[in-house]
Design a protein around this ligand. Structure first.
Ligand SMILES: [Zn+2]
Length: 80
């Protein structure tokens, strides 16, 4: 099986979208950094700190950051 949709092509684990849903941001404050849920948006990794993959997200494109560099306390909606 060469068409695994869970494998992002070429981005080697860099997160390129984060969920900025307010409820998920707040929930993420009590989830350890890096323990949120990962999904694929348009072939790129997307990270939700709340670890609630079944819920609706608000994806914000970011400067790519490795999952180890994700900090849940950071407000991703503010410009870097
Ligand atoms: Zn979310």
């Amino acid at each position: 099986m060469s068409t695994d949709p869970t494998v992002a092509d070429g981005s080697s684990g860099m997160i390129q979208y984060v969920c900025v849903s307010r409820p998920h941001y707040r929930a993420g404050r009590s989830v350890p950094d890096g323990r949120g849920s990962l999904t694929i948006i348009q072939g790129r990794w997307a990270y939700c700190a709340a670890a609630r993959p079944a819920e609706k997200h608000e994806w914000q494109e970011i400067q790519p950051v490795p999952v180890q560099g994700i900090r849940h306390a950071r407000s991703w909606t503010a410009p870097a």
